[in-house]
Ligand binder design. Structure first.
Ligand code: A2P
Length: 260
């Protein structure tokens, strides 16, 4: 079988701010992935390009969905996103064939509570996981945190969590298991501050009404910029949690949200 990307059709595009947009594309029947994994996405090469520019994107849609959803940043001079942000319904997007990644349920040991710490487009893999019934089968409580600069950047996540109430597959399972905590760093908001600050001050746990992190009960997934991941992982390790992988599940896993 060829390893070349497949040509998919844009079904829908939604713009949230001048920095963020999401899009849906057709899904090949043979395309299988685990919730939380990422895949290479690109656009057909321009006449001036030898080959298409491809970037890793977390799949934001659940694994049972007919289409594939992605949540992307717009970088004005980004090699891919400067063009990708202009896509319209009916356009062609290239889709890689091999989804991979560590933000998967199988990379964590069983636990009681699952934290998903995200900033910006780092919420994408969790948009898939919070729509996966297995997440709620494995954990008593799921705490999704999303920190952005400004209020408008929270819209994607707020709408997603709102939609779960009527979700035919997970709506009833979720009940009060899912807690969505949002915070802002550059505008007034009830909860202000970086996720790292909220962990250090303990405000995160107070707001969630849970005890501080502990390796016996808690499992953590982290997705954001490289600095956010490094800083958050360091704090999580300070509570005694160890990093896991597909081959060696442990107590927390990390993944960059990819930009460009
Ligand atoms: P801040 O506004 O203080 O930079 P970005 O859009 O740049 O990826 O940022 C998304 C969110 O992540 C912002 O709220 C930003 O806070 C926060 N952030 C940036 N760097 C870090 C870091 N090293 N640790 C935790 N949060 C971070």
């Amino acid at each position: 079988m060829s390893n070349a990307p497949t040509e998919e059709t844009v079904i829908d595009v939604e713009h949230y701010t001048d920095r963020l947009f999401s899009f849906n594309i057709s899904r090949p029947k043979s395309f299988r992935f685990r919730s939380g994994e990422f895949i290479m996405i690109g656009l057909p090469a321009l006449p001036s390009q030898k080959r298409p520019i491809m970037r890793a994107y977390s799949v934001a849609s659940p694994s049972w969905d007919e289409s594939l959803e992605f949540f992307s940043i717009k970088v004005p001079d980004g090699p891919l996103t400067s063009r990708l942000q202009k896509i319209k319904k009916g356009d062609t997007v290239l889709l890689g064939r091999k989804p991979v990644g560590t933000l998967v349920l199988d990379a964590l040991l069983p636990g009681k509570r699952l934290y998903m710490f995200s900033t910006g487009t780092g919420i994408a893999p969790f948009a898939s996981l919070v729509r996966d019934p297995e997440t709620y089968e494995r954990y008593d409580q799921v705490i999704l945190t999303h920190t952005c600069r400004q209020r408008a950047e929270l819209s994607y996540g707020l709408r997603l969590v709102e939609s779960l109430k009527d979700d035919p597959l997970v709506g009833e399972m979720i009940g009060d298991k899912l807690l969505h905590l949002t915070s802002l760093t550059r505008e007034d908001y009830p909860l202000k501050g970086r996720i790292t600050t909220l962990i250090e001050s303990g405000d995160l746990f107070t707001n969630a009404g849970v005890p501080p992190l502990n390796p016996e009960e808690d499992r953590v997934m982290i997705c954001g910029s490289k600095d956010m991941i490094d800083d958050t992982a360091k704090l999580v390790e300070g509570f005694g949690l160890k990093e896991g992988s597909n081959s060696q599940p442990a107590e927390f896993v990390v993944e960059k949200s990819f930009v460009g």
